[in-house]
Structure formats: C-alpha cells, structure tokens
Ligand binder design. Sequence first.
Ligand code: NI
Length: 267
Amino acid sequence: MRLVDSHAHLDFPQFDADREVVIERAREAGLLAILNVGADLASSRAAVALADRHDFIYAAVGVHPHDAKTVTPAVLDQLRALARHPKVVAVGEIGLDYYRDLSPRPVQRRVFAQQLALAAELGLPVVVHSREAHDDVLAALRDWQGTGGVLHSYSAGPERLEEVLALGFHIGLSGPITFPKAHRLRTVAAAVALDRLLVETDCPYLTPVPHRGRRNEPAYVRYMVEAVAHARGTTVETVAQATTENAQRLFGLIGKRHGDTENTDAS
Ligand code: NI
C-alpha cells in the first residue's frame, strides 16, 4: 500500500533522539512521500535540509500564525530564497489561530496575507492552519489569486465543507478522525469528494488511536486511512490510492526528487 503523510514536523525536537529511525519506519510502512512543514524560519530551514537528505521527504516553508509576530520583510525574503530548493513544494504552515492567540490577530492576518502573496508569486500551493478563525481564513482565501492548497487538520466542520471545496481547496484529515467522539469529522470524511482528500499525521502531535497519548510519527498515517475508509464505507486501498494521488498532484511530487528528473514508480 502506497501512502503519503501530507503534514509532518520531523524537524521538531521530539524527534532529536531517533529521527533517522522514525524516517526508516515510515519507509518500511510504505510511505511514498512525507511533506515536512516548516513552522518558523529555523524550522523551515531544517525542513529543507531534511528534504535534501532523504529522497522521499519534501518541504514546505512558512511561518505558523503562533509566530506571526516574528515575521519581518527580511524573514519573507529568506523564505523566498529557501523556496528555490527543488524539494520545496508548498508554502506553510500559514494561517490564523484565534484559539491560542500567541500573536496579535491583526499581525496574524497581515502575515497570512503576505505569505499567501509569496505563494502566489512562487506558484506554490499553501498548507493552511485554521483554528477558531474559519471566517477570516476563508475570507483571505477567497481574495487569493493562488494555486490552491489544503486546510490541514481540518476542524471547520461539515458546515463549511462546501465553501472550502468551492475554493478549490483540499481537506487534510489527521489523528482526531480516529477518536471515538469525532462524529463531525467522520461526517466530513464521508462527505468530501474523494479527489480533495489528504491524510496527515501532524506528528509529533495529534496521535491517532491506538497510540493516542504517545508521540505521533509518519508511519501512523495508515490509521487515518483506515478511519476514513470506514467512515466512507469503502476499502482502505481506495482511500490510500486516492489520497496518495491527490498529494502527488497538489504538490507536484512526481518528478521532483532531488537530483532526479524521472520518478521511478516502483510499487
Ligand atoms: Ni502542523
């Protein structure tokens, strides 16, 4: 079974002791690709370095809304420079977080708009974080002239699904889809068009059942695929194949291997 983890944070310190072991387990679990997503400038740099060392790891560069207050024009210039690396396939994670409010909301909105503009300029899709800020996130995306992306770890409920899909965006489903009480998320998983669905771990966070309470890792993305298949009443294979193709198409993963012009698609 070929799988893609469309959202991981392998550069985070939770993996410092055994990062290479975790990456090897992901490879053994059948992961065709992992998108490692930057959270600030240092993390974006680390994501690019990690992608440079591993053929099946790709990078997104960007500053999370928590750290929006650290973004200056110089930071945006450095993100732009990092994005020249051939394995940078998205700008993220960017967005708005009104739950923790770790940066002032007007600053979050400005920095989100600036990074959306950067993605449009670079012709890259975006990986968007939206927590209790769905009205403002969707308003910003409606105004955006870019090439699409994903609402990662989707939490806007079935009510906003039609609006998100109409914007051309994908839905990323993470560990909470496996939680016993996640009825609303399973409704989303059942309703979303199969060609707009991505699966992700958001590791080291949001660990799925049956590993809940411990550290998450890319190999666990299969639990999300199983939960989505169950919610949709279809096979695990169907969801695995669709989510893998969707990630490859959205992020242009085919033929983007570093130092490689052709993808040798050994399944
Ligand atoms: Ni994340």
